[in-house]
Every structure is written in structure tokens, then in C-alpha cells.
Write a protein that binds this ligand. Structure first.
Ligand code: HEM
Ligand code: HEM
Length: 186
């Protein structure tokens, strides 16, 4: 019986982790440069590209997740903890799909050209600046909430590892004897 997540899930998890860190970092670093400067512009465009990758990979993760059985935690936690973990994971998926989607929508309604990986993205024929502002605000609020959510998620993983001493974290770390076929759903 498999004791870890599949290799695909592990790779995707840590790749998304790096992209999320970089998406936050680009916005934080951007604010240290003068408005209108080239570097500020580049950081903003990088933010869009990183955020788009997060959206895409989170959707891929949902598909991959449906293909594999989630390995059980050993020793088995109480039922309420499993429920809480399931709810938190659902919220994390929802958050990191809605957050970039709102960012993209806000650009769409902006009425000016914008790019992802230097590819020109469509904008609405009828720009709606008040709506764009609302979407940007919502994006900013969700991004702030995202810090706390990831903090909680990370705390839970470390609590399981160091306090409860179960294999929750080990299941999400790369390791040997990955036989992914044995985890595929029938
Ligand atoms: C996981 C993905 C993303 C994260 C974690 C994220 C995070 C953030 C953060 C922390 C801010 C600063 C908010 C503030 O200053 O109140 C921000 C601003 C913004 N983000 Fe994102 N974002 C993501 C994806 C995207 C995507 C895909 C787009 C659009 C293509 C986007 C467009 C924007 C815009 C337009 C702003 C406002 C920038 C400004 O007013 O200067 N974001 N984002
Ligand atoms: C240092 C930071 C992080 C650590 C230590 C960590 C650790 C873990 C661990 C141990 C699991 C397995 C939990 C279980 O099965 O009960 C997990 C699952 C998960 N993590 Fe993270 N994580 C981190 C950051 C992130 C970030 C930034 C995201 C954002 C997208 C994320 C999204 C998820 C999701 C959606 C799951 C559920 C996986 C599934 O069942 O499909 N994690 N994480």
C-alpha cells in the first residue's frame, strides 16, 4: 500500500508553492521601485505570468487528484482532524483558483493592452473601470487572506510532523519507492 502522494502530485505541489511565493514577492518588491519605472513594469508583467501559471497548475492538480487515491495518514488522526484538513484543502484550491482568476478579470475590464509571457491578452471592448477597481480590491483582499491560509496550512503540516509525529508531511515530500500505479483509482 502506498504511503506517499503520487510523484505528479508532489512535483505539482512544490512547483505551485514556488510560483505562489514568487507571485507575492513580485508585488512586494515592485512597490520599492518608482511608479512608471521599467523594472516596476517588468515585475508587474512577471506577476501576471506567474499568477496565470498558478491558476493553470491548480486546475491540473484537481485533475491529477481525481486520478489517485489519497494515501492515509499514519497513525490515523481523529475524524474531526481529517474533516478539518479536507475543508482547508478545499479552501486552498478555491482560493488559488479564484485569486488569479480575479486578477485576470480585472485586467480584462481595464481596457488597455496587457500580456502573459509577452503574449497579448484580450481586453473587453467595453472597459468598465469601476468594475476593474472592485475586482482589483477583491484580488488584494483575497491575496492578504491567502497569507493567513498558507500560514495555517504550513503550521498544520509542521504540527503533524513535529508534534503529532505522523507521516502527513513525509507523504508530500519526494522519496524512494514511488509506485504511482498502485495509487491509481480503479
Ligand atoms: C496566485 C496568484 C496571485 C497572487 C498570490 C497574487 C497576489 C497579489 C498581491 C499580494 C497583490 C498586491 C495587492 C495589494 O497591493 O493590495 C496583487 C496585486 C495585483 N495583482 Fe495579483 N496575484 C496573483 C495572480 C494575479 C494574476 C493572474 C493577475 C492578472 C493577470 C494579477 C493581477 C494583479 C493586479 C492588476 C494587481 C494590482 C497591481 C497594482 O495595483 O499595482 N494577479 N496580487
Ligand atoms: C511550506 C509550505 C507548505 C507546506 C509545508 C505544505 C505541506 C503540505 C502537506 C504535508 C500536504 C498533505 C496534507 C494532507 O494530505 O493532509 C499538503 C497538501 C496540500 N497543499 Fe501544501 N504545503 C505548503 C504550501 C502550500 C501552498 C503555497 C499551497 C498553495 C497552493 C499548498 C496547497 C496544498 C493543497 C491544495 C494540498 C492538498 C493536496 C491534495 O490533497 O490534493 N500548499 N501540503
Amino acid at each position: 500500500m502506498r504511503t506517499r502522494y503520487s510523484s505528479a502530485q508532489i512535483v505539482l505541489h512544490w512547483l505551485v508553492f514556488v510560483l505562489v511565493v514568487l507571485a507575492y514577492a513580485t508585488m512586494d518588491i515592485k512597490n520599492t521601485f518608482a511608479k512608471g519605472s521599467l523594472i516596476r513594469e517588468l515585475l508587474t508583467l512577471t506577476h501576471y505570468s506567474l499568477g496565470f501559471c498558478v491558476l493553470f497548475l491548480m486546475c491540473v492538480r484537481l485533475f491529477v487528484r481525481a486520478m489517485y487515491v489519497t494515501p492515509a495518514i499514519k497513525p490515523l488522526p481523529p475524524r474531526w482532524q481529517n474533516c478539518l484538513a479536507a475543508i482547508t484543502h478545499a479552501v486552498v484550491y478555491l482560493m488559488f483558483i479564484c485569486l488569479p482568476a480575479l486578477g485576470i478579470l480585472s485586467q480584462y475590464y481595464g481596457g488597455h493592452d496587457w500580456t502573459i509571457f509577452n503574449i497579448r491578452m484580450p481586453g473587453s471592448y467595453l472597459p468598465d473601470l469601476p468594475l476593474q477597481k472592485q475586482l482589483k480590491n477583491l484580488h488584494g483582499w483575497l491575496a492578504d487572506a491567502g497569507y493567513y491560509l498558507i500560514g495555517l496550512h504550513t503550521f498544520a503540516a509542521l504540527w503533524h510532523h513535529y508534534r503529532r509525529r505522523d507521516n502527513t508531511l513525509i507523504r508530500m515530500l519526494p522519496g524512494k519507492n514511488q509506485r504511482d500505479k498502485s495509487l491509481l483509482r480503479e
